[in-house]
Design a protein around this ligand. Structure first.
Ligand SMILES: [Zn+2]
Length: 317
């Protein structure tokens, strides 16, 4: 093989293909998709980003799989770097695409997928949908063919079984998979890497924190040996506890910063608050941060800790 291998990790039934990310992530983070081979079926977890399609094709070749060998494409969540090759894979392999039903409408419609997150708020409307989102996905979508829910088992044969583990918060329809024969937990984005160039992305802070607790308990109860992630290297179960604590601290840090800034600048607006929080943590001021800041504003407002006043936010304490 003259080209550099695209397989970054192999263990038991798993083989991981890495793809570099563009934009704010360029040179910093890659996304990964995971082949899982059972005695009867070949599955791929996530399809990655469109620019990574040649890597994915090389992955098939390196592993000695024909495209027609792919039986199942399992989707962790609807974000563009996880569903980008659904369309081409469906066309070229005939695979069945399976995921959580909650965001099936977004997986089936690239424009809806992009608009509902990048342009979720007027403050995000300056961001170019193509550059920020649509270009990461093939022009043809690959909608979900069927749905799975927490606890479902996808049996690939020969003892290779993937158990669906719901882990909501980063996306409110995210799932991971626990592989029984190797005690490997595959989770895409609920635990984001420490070196992430953008602010922690969560849609609901309480749900996100509950997921941190759930993953921690799951690793203990199931004696998880390895955890593999979309955006960083695999970790042992024990090393993952450290990452979980770091994720908790980052979500806490965002909320502490928000409250401090609202206290210091009564009437502060949404976009300015986003900018100050991003600056404090040296993160890019971008649309993902709007999602998390909005989620925490809603939670604080519901708890009576802040209130809206003349177009901005004031501390209620
Ligand atoms: Zn994501």
């Amino acid at each position: 093989m003259s080209e550099k291998s695209v397989i970054s990790y192999r263990n038991g039934p798993f083989a991981t293909v890495s793809m570099g990310l563009p934009g704010d992530h360029e040179g910093k983070t890659a996304t990964r998709v995971f082949f899982v081979k059972g005695a009867e079926k070949l599955a791929l977890i996530d399809s990655g980003l469109y620019a990574g399609y040649p890597s994915l094709e090389q992955g098939f070749e390196e592993l000695g799989y024909a495209k027609s060998d792919l039986d199942l494409l399992l989707i962790t969540h609807e974000h563009m770097d996880h569903v980008g090759n659904n369309g081409p894979l469906k066309e070229q392999t005939g695979c069945t695409i399976i995921g959580h039903k909650g965001r099936a409408d977004r997986v089936a419609d690239n424009m809806l997928n992009a608009k509902t997150i990048v342009h979720a708020f007027p403050e995000g409307e300056d961001f170019d949908l193509n550059v920020e989102y649509l270009d990461w996905m093939a022009p043809n979508e690959g909608p979900l063919d069927s749905f799975v829910a927490d606890g479902d088992i996808i049996d690939l044969g020969g003892g290779v079984k993937l158990e669906v583990v719901e882990c909501l918060g980063h996306s409110m329809s995210e799932i991971g998979f626990f592989e029984h024969s190797t005690q490997t937990l595959v989770i895409a984005d609920p635990l984001l890497p420490v070196f992430n160039p953008v602010l922690y992305l969560y849609e609901d802070p309480a749900v996100m924190r509950a997921t941190f607790d759930r993953i921690e308990a799951f690793i203990r109860e199931r004696d998880v040996q390895t955890v593999i992630f979309a955006h960083e290297e695999p970790r042992t179960g024990a090393d993952t506890f450290e990452l979980i604590d770091n994720c908790r601290a980052r979500v806490d840090g965002i909320e502490d910063s928000m409250l401090r800034n609202i206290k210091a600048k009564p009437g502060i607006g949404f976009a300015e608050l986003r900018d100050l929080v991003c600056d404090e943590f040296e993160k890019v001021r971008e649309w993902r941060a709007l999602v998390s800041i909005d989620a925490s504003l809603k939670a604080f407002e519901a708890a009576g800790r802040i209130r809206q006043e003349s177009g901005g936010w004031v501390h209620a304490g």
